[in-house]
Design a protein around this ligand. Sequence first.
Ligand code: DHB
Length: 493
Amino acid sequence: MNRPARFLLTASAAALCACAAPKTGKSYDLDFSKQKSTSQSIEANGQTVKFRAFEGIVYVARPTDTRYETINIYIPEAYYNGGSINGYTAETAPVFFPNKIGGYMPAEPGKPALEGKRGDPNGPKSPNAALLALSKGYVVASPGARGRTTADGKAPAAIVDLKAAVRYLKANDKVMAGNAQKIISNGTSAGGALSALLGASGSSRDYEGRLKALGAAEADDSIFAVSAYCPITDLEHADMAYEWQFNGVNDYKKMNITMLDYNVKRELVPGTLTDAEKNLSDRLKPLYPAYLNSLKLKDAQGRALTLDSDGNGSFKRHIESLLVQSAQRRLDEGKDLGKPDWLTVKNGKAASADFRKYARAAGRQKTPPAFDGVDLSTGENQLFGSATDDKRHFTAFSARSSTFRNARSADAETVNLMNPLHYIGRSDVKIPQNWRIRAGTDDRDTSLAVSAVLAAKLQNNGYTVDYALPWGVGHGGDYDLDELFDWMKKISG
Ligand code: DHB
């Protein structure tokens, strides 16, 4: 192969971690230059996208799961001929890092492909984010990660895996096309939460022991930028946030997430809250203001974002203003808003929103507590399980109210390791400057407060956050790829 000089294996790359052989089992070589590729091409938007595919690379020396602790790496063919795409070269191309994690389940690495939309997989096909990224000159590195359904995939396994995959890319920067100092992470829902956590906890020592145990490459694991769609994050406060939003909304359509043949499957099951569930909601809702106020957040104008004991106040008005901005953007696109009863439009302009009415119209999707089920029935209970207890609590509230005999709780350290809010503002982490966060106005999988708090905390700590609530968009991601790639280009130069 005709390699540019930059791809030649250097002494430091050769010293990668095939060194520390495990006591048992196979040791994987972390030197990318030894990997074999296949040449592939896919027709996308009338263009032939040519690339080399390096698939199924195990990214740690001592994996516990070789199905998921793998990464697929795709490099535009032009970079093997000294070419440039979209202003990028083999030297400068940022690395797009999309994870396919959903429901905190195990996830295999993604592939560039023409795909139907989520919810309509057999509908019209268009290039997925990975394929579009290649067509725009990005190197694509899609990591797999362990997930909650396996004994070794419990929290914090998935974030440890993503960090190990980042370290693999950074350790191999000299022998691989693309600039590993410019890793842009992307993910949706649980994958969005992990994308945000990967950014927020960059270079943290907290994960070191776990990374060492896996034989992760010796490198820094900070990244360049974060894209997160509807992050299901801040899990230990998401129950109270959900009831702050949905208390009084007693009918629900509950999402049942299962895994069929390793594909995440989602089904809506309708119901009405029982008296016991209403009681849980009434007890959770008043816990949120104290938590929100403890964060001491400010809006873009420096005004304090707070809530009174009834859950009213400037933070609620802040979310209402985000909803108004969403409606206005829709109007500016010349599109119809329908006639939502929670929105006031005056003289063709979105004027005000009523959060209570909005919540009623959006509709409840989860029964209280939405994440830490008192009966240990949620995916998050399984996420915070252990090798010996498949499901555990992770909030004091649900542990106290547990209906499960002898239920155990995850330790505080594990819970912290999964929460990006725990890292933002700390001086011992390297957090990317640029963030893009999206949560649709029709998304009911977590409270809008969760992404609003993440965005505000980042902004308050000096990071640049492109945060918006796309109008009429439900739980999902990658629906605005043109805008996503415009943002990536803008921040990457
Ligand atoms: C996802 C959705 C949820 O409602 C949740 O609690 C966790 C994950 C998801 O789609 O990834």
